[in-house]
Every structure is written in structure tokens, then in C-alpha cells.
Design a protein around this ligand. Sequence first.
Ligand SMILES: Nc1ncnc2c1ncn2[C@@H]1O[C@H](COP(=O)(O)OP(=O)(O)OP(=O)(O)O)[C@@H](O)[C@H]1O
Ligand SMILES: [Mg+2]
Length: 279
Amino acid sequence: MSTPLLDVRDLQIELMTDAGVIRAVDGISFHVDEGETVTIIGESGCGKSTTAMGILRLLPPGLAVLSGHASFAGKDVITDPASIAAVRGRSVSLIPQDPMTALSPVLTIGSQLVEAVRTRSRELGRAPARRRAVELLDQVHIRTPEEQLGKYPHQLSGGMLQRVLIAIALAGQPRLLVADEPTSALDVTVQAGVLDLILELQDRTGIAVLMITHDLGVARVVSDRIHVMRAGRFAESGDVEDVVDRPKTDYTKALLAAIPQLGGWDGETAPPNRREAVS
Ligand SMILES: Nc1ncnc2c1ncn2[C@@H]1O[C@H](COP(=O)(O)OP(=O)(O)OP(=O)(O)O)[C@@H](O)[C@H]1O
Ligand SMILES: [Mg+2]
């Protein structure tokens, strides 16, 4: 078998905080192959973001200590943090959680996107970089991209801003997208559109995705495999069908039971409740 794109084994991350040392990630193992979507799901504070930021080496060096094994495209990111720094924004990109704060409010969408394009291909002149920016906005289905380039972040909706952030993430033609709760800040309908976009990009470009979410609905739609995280460890791992339809642990069952169900308009014709199905 070929080497996984991302290979993580017995990863531990300790955070030095004012309150002492916290072992936020406590020995997790998983891998992501080319073109695959692997999801880490769990409640707030279980260590999802620490895992993602740790692998990307975006945690403050003296304050986060990583041990175990993690490699991206065969390069060790634990013993050699520079190896991931060299490809961050290129072979591997992050879609951040909150589109409202991830962009600078004082620069236009265009200048931020063109900057992202030129950071990745320094030889590109302004005009070709702008053409590429238009192309990227088009890829994430933003209508009238030329017009949007001149706008400031506050002039765009949350869903459009998230699409812009995905466009920025795509600027380096990555092989892996790390998406930390990419839809949590969005309305449900907008959320569905952004998830559709990620799935479509994946079909078209074969990009792999490491999805971080607390939402089993999201996990069920996008994942090939799911790891349920609790207090820094994986409580359960498996194919999406196994984890969602045949959960093994009480914790996963409780997570599934917590998904809200839509009832009928008259309040009587509610569809079968998942809670009944798993208890
Ligand atoms: N800067 C920090 N200082 C102190 N503790 C921290 C810090 N960052 C994270 N932690 C702790 O590390 C643990 C994991 O946090 P992390 O942000 O990875 O959780 P998460 O699963 O991403 O949660 P959420 O769903 O809320 O984003 C938590 O116990 C948290 O309190
Ligand atoms: Mg988080």
C-alpha cells in the first residue's frame, strides 16, 4: 500500500497553560489518503482544533509540546516543523472556523485573494494573479467575481465569505484541506451550500479533506471515515455507515441522540426518531 497523505500515530499534544500542563491530545492515530475525507467529531473542548493546529504546526512553539508520529506526504512534521511550514498554504491548506474574523476588514476581497495567489506563485504578475483570483472565485461559485473583488468583507454575507476563504485555501492547489468547523458559523441552508461545494471540489480535483466538526449531520454527509473524539482520545473510529448506523460506544449513541429531529407541521407526523433507533 502507498504511504498515506497524512499519517498520524499515537499523537500527544501537551499545552502549557497558566493553570498547568493540559494533555489536550492523548495518543490518537489516524490517516488520510489522497482524495479521502476523514472527520474528527466531538464535543467542545475535546481537542479537535488542537489536533488540527498541532499537525499544521500552528500552535505556539514553547507552549505546545508534540510527541508521537505525524507525517504529511512522507515528511515528519513532529521532528521537523519546517517541513509542514514549507508546504502550508500550498500542498496543505486550512479553512478556518470563523469567516467573519479570518479576513482583514480594511482590505478588499480582491487584494486579499490576489495576495494569496502571489504568495503561492511569486513569479506571477499582478494581471495574471488577478485573473487567477477571478478564476478561484468562479470555482467556489461566487457570481460576478470581477465585481466582488472590489468589495470589503463587511459587504459580503457569511456564506460568501466562507466561499472566499475556500478560494484562498485553493490558491495553492492543495492536496489536503484541513477544515476546522468550516460551516459552524453559518445558517443551516448556507451550511448545506458550502458542504456541497467542498464535495464538488473533491470530485473535481481529488483533494483530500480532514474535517473537524461537532455536527454528526455534517460528518455523515461528507465523510469516508469518522473518528469520535472525547477528552483527547478517540472513543470510536470507523467507516461512516458503521459509526452512524451501528455505533459501538454509549458516547457515540448519545451524540447521535443529540441530533435534533424535524417534526411534521402538525406536530404529530414526526419521522422516526434516531433516539429510538439507537437505544
Ligand atoms: N490557549 C489555551 N489555553 C488553555 N487551554 C487551552 C488553550 N487552547 C486549548 N485549551 C484546552 O485544550 C483542550 C482542547 O481544546 P480545543 O480547542 O482543541 O477543543 P475543540 O475540540 O477544538 O473545541 P471546540 O469545539 O470548542 O472548538 C480544552 O480543554 C481547552 O480548554
Ligand atoms: Mg475547535
